[in-house]
Ligand binder design. Structure first.
Ligand code: MTE
Length: 320
């Protein structure tokens, strides 16, 4: 990943929480109105054929959310890493319309008793959606605070009954160069792949996100389903997932395969372990302006109390 100066990012202030909360009230009312309208057509307002920007009904707040003010929605949706839609931070938004996210299916297979396929509408219907306000800390030393909508990954994984052979979970992004123009070039070894250890995947902080700011995810943020692991660098949070596989062995992960000395499999946020080309001790908040003070980066992105025990006895400088 290249570090670029985000000259294209306006130095807007982060959204004050009160403004965001008022906006949520509005969205909730809009969602209810949507259900009323949908009843006439007999569809009961499930997110059938929901598109980016449409409100997700019945989103519950989560006790796992940070109370930091969320980054402005325009910054979250216009400063992106999604190489399938282009390598420049502004490309994913510009090319977002090329990706068609309906219909969408996720295959779940490998070391499990009940392999199967789930459509995105079933995912939205079957798993209660929560708001998780998490910081996304990119390995490039910037961060944002994102009000994700999603649900624990473990809830979905359990449904497919992983066996005791399942020690890892592997994820794959859609491979379709007709819809993902970046895949027409060999910048990465497509499809984008990532993986987690089983205990990391089952941890209650690990979510699959379906939306942000109360609405269906915009394509540039990984619609219709992406991983979010708040204590790890952003590259673990694989977007537009079509395949989940339980494996015995550590699965291949895209950036780790590309540059193993720079990007580890674990990728836990850690200010004590620098990237070979830059420090990880602090980061810049996107949207705070180029001259805003850098913030100190916290180990495990501030979630040490919840996750440090997963790595007890491991040398995190070696398993970075
Ligand atoms: N997933 C796919 N499929 N392709 C990508 O290029 N980039 C990763 C991650 N997931 C990426 C991906 C990186 S480097 C980061 S920092 C986050 O997505 C960025 O998420 P955001 O654009 O929603 O902020």
């Amino acid at each position: 990943m290249l570090i670029k100066r985000p000259s294209d990012i306006p130095a807007s202030e982060v959204t004050p929480r009160a403004v965001y909360l008022r906006r949520r009230e509005f969205l909730r009312a809009a969602a209810l109105a949507g259900v009323g309208a949908a009843m006439g057509t007999g569809s009961l307002g499930t997110a059938s054929a929901a598109r980016a920007g449409e409100p997700i009904p019945n989103v519950r707040p989560s006790r796992f959310s940070t109370d930091e003010p969320p980054t402005d929605v325009d910054d979250i949706t216009s400063y992106n890493n999604f190489y399938e839609l282009g390598t420049d931070k502004s490309d994913p938004k510009r090319n977002a319309d090329q990706l068609e996210t309906r219909p969408w299916q996720v295959v779940v297979e490998g070391e499990c008793e009940a392999p199967g396929v789930m459509g995105i509408e079933d995912v939205l219907r079957d798993f209660p959606q929560e708001e998780r306000i998490y910081r996304l800390r990119c390995v490039e030393a910037w961060a944002m605070v994102v009000p994700w909508v999603g649900f624990p990954l473990g809830d979905l994984l359990k449904r497919f009954k992983p066996t005791s052979n399942a020690r890892y979970v592997a994820f794959e992004t859609l491979y379709d160069p007709t819809m993902l123009p970046g895949q027409r070039r060999g910048v990465l070894d497509w499809p984008y792949r990532e993986g987690l250890r089983m205990d990391e995947a089952m941890h209650p902080l690990t979510i699959l996100a379906t939306g942000l700011y109360g609405e269906i995810l915009p394509n540039q943020n990984g619609a219709p389903l992406r991983l979010v692991v708040p204590w790890k660098y952003g590259f673990k949070s694989i977007k537009s997932i079509v395949r989940i596989r339980f494996t015995r062995d550590e699965p291949p992960a895209t950036w780790n395969m590309m540059q193993p000395n720079e990007y580890g499999f674990y990728a836990n946020v850690n200010p004590e372990v620098d990237h070979p080309r830059w420090s990880q001790k602090s980061h810049r908040m996107i949207g705070a302006g180029l001259f805003a003070r850098k913030r100190p980066t916290l180990k495990f992105n501030g979630y040490g109390e919840q996750v440090a025990s997963l790595y007890a006895g491991m040398d995190l400088a070696k398993f970075y």
